[in-house]
Design a binder for this molecule. Structure first.
Ligand SMILES: *Cc1c(COP(=O)(O)O)cnc(C)c1O
Length: 375
């Protein structure tokens, strides 16, 4: 029986193994391991891809989010105990970045088609203490629409994008800056280069994106012990820098990203076209956007039974995410929140294999296995 792995990073990175080794060697031989040329070049390349003026390479995606909020506090834009609207269906890190800074997340329920924040739900959550919104482009689907933008403009809300799962994705309408790429739509954005992400390092890495020069320099200073120049500390800073070796690895993967996005789109289209089992709901393909399919998430009411069946037929799957933030033990304060769509989704989601080396042919075969599924 053929085996379809969910994710095997050694296989995923296999096509660029030689390039990675060469790039790693050149960093090792350079003798420069922090704050060097690789990070600077990578920052320029990411800024160009995401159509933003400034990119600051940092230690990981959670730190990127934490640094944005912390920098807005230093700049007097955000303050302790204020609120940020965050979608209830997200990875817990989006919410952790808010609580870590002494602010509170206000969780917003989702739309079933995008599985992302429902901008029509924002207005009822607003209060004078709500100062920002954090759209999360979850699974690689852009979370951006007119109501979100007009709400932000009308109520003077700062938009912090969690672009951890969607680098290279494109919205159907322009953002606040007139550009289309996720990560450049709002006021600031965080990216994660965790190894499993579409653009993954060989360890932890992340980035902050923004057109706001003041924010970028504040983030850069905080991430470097709070120093604006050597041995001069203007903030109670942190150490959240990206390693040169990770920047070098990422510059290699970045060259392969367009092909990877194309492959993921072809696999996603094949799944949607060939899965015809009424027990399985496939995700929505939005014609005028570029989704990057970090995950391909279907909904099945009999989830455990379905996963067991797929496993028996050689198909590995995963769940993103079984326990949403509002049901995590560390967030007892959210337990009473009514988030019916997110809660229902969390009980039904199944992620199908989509990472390299899954091919369109694999997707068609997996679709056939899915179409034979019965309860
Ligand atoms: C991965 C991820 C993060 C955190 O990024 P790390 O690099 O793992 O710290 C934050 N938000 C979302 C939506 C993510 O998927």
């Amino acid at each position: 029986m053929k085996h379809y792995p969910f994710l095997n990073l050694a296989l995923t990175n296999e096509p660029m193994m030689e390039e990675l080794k060469e790039a790693a060697c050149s960093v090792i031989e350079s003798g420069r391991y922090i704050n060097g040329e690789q990070c600077r070049l990578f920052e320029q390349e990411i800024a160009q891809l995401c159509q933003v003026k400034h990119c600051v390479a940092v230690s990981n995606g959670l730190d990127a989010l934490r640094l944005i909020i912390r920098a807005y506090k230093e700049l007097g834009v955000l303050h302790n105990d204020e609120k940020i609207i965050v979608p209830a269906n997200t990875y817990v890190a989006s919410v952790l970045a808010v609580s870590d800074n002494g602010l509170n997340a206000t969780l917003c329920d989702i739309r079933n088609d995008t599985m992302n924040l429902d901008s029509h739900g924002i207005e009822s959550l607003l209060s004078p203490s709500v100062k920002a919104i954090m759209p999360v482009h979850l699974y690689g689907t852009p979370c951006w629409d007119e109501p979100l933008m007009s709400m932000a403009r009308h109520y003077n809300l700062t938009i912090i994008e969690d672009n951890a799962q969607a680098i290279g994705a494109k919205s159907h309408i322009p953002g606040l800056n007139g550009t289309y790429m996720t990560g450049g739509l709002g006021h600031a954005a965080a990216v994660s280069f965790y190894p499993t992400k579409n653009l993954g390092a060989l360890g932890d890495a992340g980035a902050v994106l923004t057109n706001d020069e003041k924010l970028a320099s504040t983030v850069r200073a905080i991430a470097n012990y709070g120093s604006d120049y050597r041995y001069h500390n203007i903030y109670l800073g942190l150490n959240c820098r990206m390693d040169e070796i990770q920047a070098a690895m990422l510059r290699v993967s970045l060259r392969h990203l367009p092909a990877e996005i194309e492959r993921r789109n072809a696999v996603a289209s094949a799944y949607c076209e060939h899965i015809s089992n009424p027990l399985v709901t496939t995700p929505h393909i939005f014609e005028e956007t570029t989704q990057v399919w970090h995950q391909f998430v279907v909904r099945v009411k009999t989830r455990d039974h379905f996963r067991d069946y797929l496993k028996q037929n050689g198909v590995d799957t995963d769940i993103h995410y079984a326990t949403p933030p509002h049901l995590q033990p560390c967030y007892r304060q959210f337990k009473s929140y009514k988030l019916p769509k997110t809660t229902a989704l969390a009980n039904e989601v199944v992620s199908l294999p989509i990472a390299h080396p899954i091919t369109v042919q694999d997707a068609i075969e997996i679709a056939q296995i899915i179409n034979d599924y019965q309860v």
